[in-house]
Each structure stands twice: as structure tokens, then as C-alpha cells.
Design a protein around this ligand. Structure first.
Ligand code: SAM
Length: 439
């Protein structure tokens, strides 16, 4: 494909993305299947352009006064890559598969938009999100925001066992794995070239799972141990379920206790089953009603309850930038209400002396601090449990634990909350708040 034809394809894909809930990765794969003439280099170049435009989408659509695929790509070329109008004219000449020539309006728009990068849109984030980040991070907000929309996040693995032999095995296959600093079971692969983890025998044997280090930590910090009764309240998908089961393994590899994986969505619970089967692990599954029906027998009985609440997913925008501009303020308000209700329901299951962990993969205060604050006011029987206490587990490295305690102290002076982010911990954005039931 010519460079101009690749640009036309990227614009088409951005238009498709506007009208679908599918992930960009999936839409790009579909496009590749339907356009067999596009070689791997073409597909790569097209994907790079699509992701570049998505990461800067807010900025580009404001500058171009349009969010059509064509406008976003034109904006990306001129405003981000510095391609001159003359060069754009050569590419956009309407010949063969090249995009049509620039209209007068488009040319004027590109000229007018030069140097237009107000702080709110510089990051590609919706303006209301930028405002929220300012309240949480103060002067650091721009670094945090840029981290959220950064290019190509690494691929983290959680090893179900000793990570060193797996690291060596991956190295022998030509990969460049690094040990993750906080999780004692994590390996990190560079995003470029994209590793095909699912094709590795260690993946089909359940020895490795794809899981961001932040997500591993959220499961490990909950405090599950062998022999305990543990409830993974919003388990759908199963990432944390596997992490919890790992914490319930004795050093000899034997898992003991009971893990109850519950979720309102049956299909999401079903997705966990093949993951557990691969790893040779077991859990009990419960589908819940909207008011938490289905776990009455466990009220006041659980040693540990993890609430990995439904959230905006803003903490994983570096992996799915196409979802950032779809989030609205109304949705964030709805999520705060839902999270508060779920946390209230789940907390009933915790036995006196038992532990409760509230987790989101969001960076927005409405879903994090505000939900935790509300829970704490309404539930004085739950005392804060410090991150310093929670990091003392074999799943977290000693140096990583010390570093997490520092991050927690900067998050909240009481030390029971942890805000992870691409800028701060080189992980996805996560929020963790820990409690212990007094009576
Ligand atoms: C962030 S996801 C969980 C991800 C999962 N824990 C993991 O690590 O892969 C949130 C989950 O909450 C579930 N959910 C939504 N509303 C719920 C409710 N009222 N009660 C229980 N689960 C709910 C969703 O179906 C979704 O699977």
C-alpha cells in the first residue's frame, strides 16, 4: 500500500470506531481480515496512525472542529507529525487509493489550528477528566494525564509459580522479559514488537496469564491466605480471582480454603472457568441479583472480600484509548452510586476481624476517594487497614512493598489507600482502599 492509501485506511477505521463498542484492536483485526492485500507492515503503520489519533482525539477534534476520521488523520499529520501543507497536498491527491485533495475549508482549518493546544485538550482527554485529574494530582496532573494516554503499554504476565525459570524460558525464545518491581510473580514484556503470549505453551498450560502488575497487586493486597473463605464479589473476567487463588496457595503449591467468585453477569463468570481450568484451580461460582441476592449464607462469614467494582476503566486508557472520549460526566455519577451500593452489599459478608478491599481501575476521584469516603462515613465498624500491613505477603517483593507504602502515604495520610498509575508506578491506573471489620 502507498503511504497515502494507509492514511485513507486509518481514517476509515476511525470512522468505524465511532459507531461501535468494539475495541480498537478488534476493529483493526477485522479490517486486516477484510483487506488481505494489506501486508503486515501496512497493518502496523495503519494501527500506529489510528492509535496516535485516538490518544490525541480530544485535542485533534477540537482543533479541527470535526471528529471525522479524515479530520483526525489530517490533524495528526499536521499538528502532531509536523507534515507541511505542501507535503499533505502531495499525499492527498485523490489518485488510486489516496484520499481526496484538501478542500479550502480543511486547508483553512489546518492553518487556523496551528499551535492550538490548550492544557485541557493537550492530553487527548475529555476536558471534564482533565479537571478531575487536577483536583487529585495538583501540579502533577499533566504528567499523570500524559501517562494515561501514553503509547504502547508493556505487557505484564503473572506467573503461576516461580517466575525466574519462566523468565529464562522466554529469553530463550527471543523475548526480553524483565522482573516486575512490586509483584513477586510478575514479568514484563516490551510492547514492541507485540508478543503473541497466547501462542506460548506456558499460556495454554496456565503457567502464565496476561495481567497488569497493578491488577496483580490489587488481588495480593486483599489479604487472602491459605485456608480462608474468600469472596471475589465482582469477579467477572477472573483476573483477580486467579491472583486471590495464588495467595491461597501454600509454598508447596497446594491451594486451601474456599474461593467464591460472584458477579451479576453469568457470561462474565463463565469466562473465568477456562482460565481456572488451564491453571488447574477451582472456585465456586455464584450469579448475584441486583441487590446482592445469592450470598446470604455467607453474611458475616468471609475472611476476605474483594470488591473489584465496575468502573469507567479510565486507568487502562493507555491500552484502550478509544474508550476515553466515550465517557461522560453522567456515567461517572452513575458509577459512583453503583459502586457505593455494591460496596455496602459486599461489606455485609465480612466476618468480625475479616478484611475488605475496594478496588477500581479508574483514576477519577468520583469512583475512588469519593466512594471510599462515603463507605467510611456510613460504616464506622470498618477500620482502615494500612497498605504497610498489607504488603507483608510473599506475593509482593520487600523493596516493592516499601515503595508501595511510600505511594500510599502520598495518596492518603492514613496510609490505607493506594493510587497506582502509569506515571507513578508504571502500571495501569488502580485505586485500592483497605479495611478490617471491628465487630
Ligand atoms: C472491573 S470488572 C471485574 C474484573 C475482574 N475482577 C477481573 O479482575 O478480571 C467489574 C465487574 O462487576 C460486575 N458487576 C456489575 N454490577 C454488579 C453488581 N451489582 N454486583 C456484582 N457484580 C457486578 C460486572 O459484571 C463486572 O464483571
Amino acid at each position: 500500500m502507498t503511504p497515502a492509501a494507509r492514511l485513507a485506511a486509518a481514517a476509515d477505521i476511525l470512522d468505524i470506531l465511532k459507531g461501535t463498542r468494539k475495541a480498537a484492536e478488534e476493529v483493526l483485526k477485522d479490517w486486516g481480515r477484510n483487506h488481505r492485500y494489506a501486508g503486515s507492515k501496512d497493518r502496523r503503520a495503519i494501527a500506529d496512525k489510528v492509535y496516535q489519533a485516538l490518544r490525541a482525539r480530544e485535542h485533534l477534534s477540537v482543533a479541527m472542529e470535526s471528529d471525522s476520521g479524515r479530520s483526525l488523520i489530517l490533524g495528526a499529520l499536521h499538528l502532531l507529525d509536523g507534515v507541511s501543507l505542501d507535503e499533505i497536498d502531495q499525499l492527498y491527491n485523490g489518485e488510486g487509493y489516496a484520499p481526496a485533495a484538501l478542500s479550502v475549508a480543511e486547508r483553512n482549518q489546518l492553518i487556523a489550528s496551528e499551535g492550538d493546544a490548550s492544557q485541557g485538550t493537550q492530553t487527548g482527554l475529555p476536558a471534564f477528566v482533565a479537571e478531575r485529574l487536577k483536583t487529585v494530582y495538583g501540579d502533577d496532573w499533566l504528567t499523570e494525564a500524559q501517562g494515561l494516554m501514553q503509547e504502547r503499554a508493556p505487557i505484564d504476565l503473572r506467573v503461576n509459580g516461580d517466575r525466574e525459570p519462566i523468565r529464562q524460558g522466554l529469553e530463550m525464545l527471543g523475548y526480553k522479559p524483565e522482573l516486575t518491581p512490586y509483584s513477586a510473580f510478575g514479568l514484563r514484556l516490551p510492547a514492541d514488537p507485540p508478543p503473541n503470549v497466547r501462542a506460548l505453551p506456558a499460556f495454554s498450560q496456565g503457567i502464565i496469564e496476561i495481567q497488569d502488575e497493578g491488577s496483580q497487586l490489587a488481588a495480593f493486597l486483599a489479604g487472602a491466605k491459605p485456608g480462608m473463605t474468600v469472596v471475589d464479589y465482582c469477579a467477572g473476567g477472573g483476573g483477580k480471582t486467579l491472583g486471590l487463588l495464588q495467595a491461597m496457595q501454600a509454598p508447596n503449591g497446594k491451594t486451601s480454603g474456599a474461593l467464591i467468585a460472584s458477579d451479576i453477569e453469568k457470561t462474565r463468570l463463565n469466562n473465568i472457568k477456562p482460565r481456572l481450568a488451564r491453571a488447574g484451580l477451582e472456585a465456586e461460582f455464584r450469579q448475584l441479583g441486583a441487590a446482592g441476592e445469592g450470598l446470604e449464607d455467607l453474611e458475616g462469614k468471609a475472611d476476605v472480600v474483594l470488591v473489584d467494582a465496575p468502573c469507567s476503566g479510565s486507568g487502562v486508557w493507555r491500552r484502550r484509548p478509544e474508550t476515553a472520549h466515550k465517557l461522560t460526566e453522567e456515567e461517572v455519577v452513575r458509577l459512583h452510586e453503583l459502586q457505593s451500593a455494591i460496596l455496602r452489599q459486599a461489606s455485609r459478608l465480612v466476618k468480625p476481624g475479616g478484611l475488605l478491599a475496594y478496588v477500581t481501575c479508574s483514576v477519577l476521584p468520583d469512583e475512588n476517594e469519593m466512594t471510599a469516603d462515603r463507605f467510611e462515613v456510613d460504616h464506622p465498624q470498618f477500620a482502615p487497614r494500612t497498605i504497610a500491613d498489607a504488603v507483608k505477603v510473599p506475593q509482593i517483593t520487600p523493596a516493592g512493598g516499601d515503595a508501595l507504602v511510600k505511594i500510599a502515604q502520598a495518596t492518603d495520610t492514613r496510609g490505607h489507600r493506594l493510587r497506582l498509575s502509569p506515571a507513578k508506578s508504571n502500571t495501569d491506573g488502580f485505586f485500592v482502599s483497605l479495611y478490617q471489620r471491628k465487630a
